[in-house]
Design a protein around this ligand. Structure first.
Ligand code: RB5
Length: 148
């Protein structure tokens, strides 16, 4: 894989978790592109989800990892950007499946739902699973057709 850049973003609920994930993926050989925020003031998850999604949709980053309290709101925002397939995961099986079957290019998690160890496991599952294509490709194409 030539593009090893992974964009990370979150709202105020997940700053520490985001920074821990950035360090972890860097140690694994990926290039984290952490677009913040850095300070803990209350902020708005849609703007951070959109900003991260734009970096994936443009091809600047291969994957995106986004976080908020539940992972749900920031996922909803990211999925409004054309070309983004983002799922919320709280378990490693789902993280594997959104890559293998849905060709997800973004992963969302909730910092108020899972702890750091579980989040790291989920990230590893997501990043180590390839898209299977075949019949799953047909279905992903159907998702893309909805955007058109
Ligand atoms: C912020 O309090 C919270 O609403 C946000 O982090 C997230 O859980 C929204 O989906």
């Amino acid at each position: 894989m030539t593009n090893t850049r992974i964009v990370l973003s979150s709202d105020h609920a997940a700053i520490e978790l985001r920074q821990a994930i950035a360090e972890h993926i860097k140690a694994k050989g990926w290039e984290p592109v952490d677009i913040g925020p850095v300070t803990p003031e209350s902020t708005h998850y849609p703007q951070h989800g959109e900003a991260a999604a734009n970096k994936v949709a443009s091809g600047d980053c291969r994957f995106g990892i986004i976080l908020c309290g539940t992972g749900q709101g920031i996922m909803m925002a990211a999925n409004k950007v054309k070309g983004i397939r983002c799922g919320v995961c709280s378990d490693t099986f789902s993280a594997e499946m959104i890559r293998a079957h849905n060709d997800a290019n973004m992963l969302s998690m909730g910092a108020r739902v899972i702890d750091q160890d579980k989040a790291i496991e989920i990230v590893d599952a997501f990043l180590s699973t390839e898209f299977e294509g075949g019949r799953h490709g047909t279905r992903v194409d159907m998702i893309t057709a909805i955007e058109a």
